[in-house]
Design a protein around this ligand. Structure first.
Ligand SMILES: [Zn+2]
Length: 581
């Protein structure tokens, strides 16, 4: 040991002489390499941030490789000294530089090496390890050694010096609570766990991993589905709904592309998923893409995939959604937002069953059933030159129009009951159903956001209504603005001149502050219509968009002065036993 220390001391001074501070140019040189004098605390901040953002394992890999790179540089310097000194003396350059650079004080305890035969064994004491102390200060005592950069340095230096892979391990570490760190180094073949140690020398592209994870998230999401959009949430007995669902069932067994047309919130994705699940592709992937949610410049790479180097930033090859949906169904929502260039490619996929990744020469066969959806009028987009007519005709071959909720009001009680059961279960609440006023409001409201909005309103009601009570209007609609005056309590197809209802706002206020009831509003409308029609019930009914028997029924009830048991709104809800919970 004494001999080793004296070897170190004798060669130290010429190394110091190789450090040059060049204040004029702002450079520090160690021999031929530019060096940096960095604040240890700043370095610690970077190290901590790596650990906190990437986790111990990834930070360890990065820091080990960083140390390895500086060890390899220092080995170059050692080689220049090797010519006029022994192997042992030349080797000591590394430990001395590591010390000189302020990282750790290095003292070899045992050192046997022969560059010619490749023999190597080292046992080294590390005192005042910067990394060990810093880690311990910020993270406390660790169960494993923590001087990753330093171990990387030792491995890089010795491997470059010896011309073969030498691995070091810390057998003691200040980061683990020991007084000093102690390392042992020997050729990779002599370690049982060499592969595990070497794992940290392989750089891993975090970008690759992120893309992989993103892909998994997309797949998981499409297999779990949107919590808001369960197949059982799309149900109904209205003719409009049943006609649409019947068309869907008929298409399920075939391969034909389907275009779903309907407003936001009508359940287009659930329709698409049901189509997938009813058909022979049900065991294959269902992949949903919202074309409006992807930036235009990324749409093509998302859909068709990309080859490495296709454009700046395309660091890895990756499959697009079409390839991921192979064998299954691809659902393209808001297809009207697809850029024209992507439309051309989509058409080719539909015609030839082939895709070409961006930047790729070869084509790939794929077998995907396409379901597209839109809430805009594609025909108008075609006229405006924003949608290819050939693609439109291809998609339009099998079109299913899903009616908005306001056109299938008879389904509202069923849906409201369903959502009530669902959300009382989710929120662990017991409720007795809806008040009569709430039932009427649910039927009267136009639901521009359709089923999704209905579900949100019912969920809000479930949350706001005290346990054991019934959901009231104010629980469903937080603000009176939610209920538009010209539609609240009126039949939207009802032929009333809405402009003449300038008092609509006042009317709404009156209903909400309780000075007027809905029944009174209805009475006003009925009486006005009858007056205008000079008593002719058929013509009064037409003004309100009702049939003659309907208006007669309402007037009869009005004259009876109270809600009878035959109130259609209440009956609809009671018939589905909303309040049975
Ligand atoms: Zn250590």
């Amino acid at each position: 040991m004494t001999k080793l220390r004296s070897v170190g001391r004798s060669t130290n001074e010429d190394l110091r002489a190789r450090v040059h501070f060049c204040s004029e140019t702002g450079q520090i040189w160690l021999h031929e390499h530019r060096m940096l004098l960095v604040h240890a605390e700043a370095q610690a901040t970077l190290r901590n941030e790596l650990i906190d953002t990437l986790g111990m394992d990834r930070a360890k890999g990065l820091l080990t490789r960083m140390g390895y790179a500086s060890g390899v540089r220092d080995a170059e310097l050692a080689r220049t000294r090797a010519e006029d000194s022994s192997d042992l003396e030349a080797f000591m350059t590394g430990p001395q530089l590591h010390t000189l650079e302020g990282i750790v004080k290095v003292t070899p305890l045992k050192l046997e090496l022969n560059r010619h035969s490749g023999k190597f064994y080292a046992e080294i004491l590390w005192e005042h390890s910067w990394e060990g102390q810093s880690h311990r200060r910020h993270y406390g005592i660790h169960s494993e050694p923590v001087c990753w950069t330093q171990i990387g340095y030792a491995c890089g230096y010795t491997s470059a010096f010896m011309g073969r892979t030498i691995l070091y391990k810390e057998v003691e570490c200040t980061g683990m609570g020991h007084n000093n760190c102690r390392i042992v180094g020997k050729p990779a073949e002599e370690w049982d766990d060499a592969a595990e140690q070497m794992r940290f020398f392989n750089s891993e592209s975090i970008a690759d991993q992120l893309i992989d994870l993103q892909t998994q998230v997309v797949q998981l999401r499409s297999s779990i589905g949107d919590r808001d959009q369960l197949p059982e949430d799309v149900t109904g007995t209205s003719p409009g709904f049943r006609a649409a669902y019947e068309l869907l069932k008929q298409a399920a067994g075939s391969h034909i592309s389907v275009l779903l047309q309907g407003e936001t919130g009508v359940g287009k994705e659930v329709f698409a998923r049901s189509l997938h699940e009813m058909g022979p592709r049900c065991s294959k992937p269902f992949v949903a893409v919202n074309c409006a949610a992807i930036p235009q410049e990324l749409v093509e790479s998302e859909l068709f995939g990309v080859e490495k180097g296709a454009y700046t930033g395309a660091l890895v090859s990756r499959p697009g959604r079409f390839e991921r949906a192979d064998g299954g169904t691809l659902f393209l929502d808001e297809i009207g937002d697809l850029p024209l260039s992507a439309q051309a490619k989509l058409l080719r996929v539909l015609q030839d069953g082939e895709i070409e990744r961006l930047g790729d020469q070869k084509t790939r066969k794929i077998n995907v059933r396409l379901v597209a959806a839109t809430n805009t009028n594609l025909q108008e987009l075609v006229k405006a030159g924003r949608f290819r007519s050939d693609l439109y005709y291809r998609l339009n071959a099998y079109q299913i129009v899903i009616p908005p909720l306001r056109e299938r009001k008879q389904d509202i009680p069923l849906l409201a009951k369903h959502f009530l059961a669902k959300h009382t279960a989710i929120h662990g609440k017991k409720l007795r159903g809806f008040t009569d006023k709430a039932k009427r409001a649910l039927l009267a409201y136009p639901w521009p956001g359709n089923i999704r909005e209905l579900q949100n309103a019912v969920e809000r009601g479930v949350i706001l209504a005290p346990s054991g009570t019934r959901i009231e209007v104010s629980h469903l609609f937080l603000s009176s603005n939610d209920v538009q005056p010209q539609e609240f309590g009126l039949d939207p197809s009802g032929g009333l001149d809405i402009n003449r209802w300038e008092a609509g706002k006042d009317l709404r206020e009156a209903v909400f502050n309780g000075t007027l009831t809905l029944d009174q509003v209805e009475a006003m409308l009925l009486e006005t219509a009858v007056d205008k029609a000079r008593g002719n019930l058929s013509s009064a009914a037409r003004m309100l968009g009702l049939t003659r028997p309907q208006i007669a029924y309402r007037l009869k009830r009005l004259h009876e002065g109270k809600d009878g048991p035959g109130d259609p709104a209440s009956a609809a809800f009671d018939g589905t036993r909303v309040g049975s919970i």
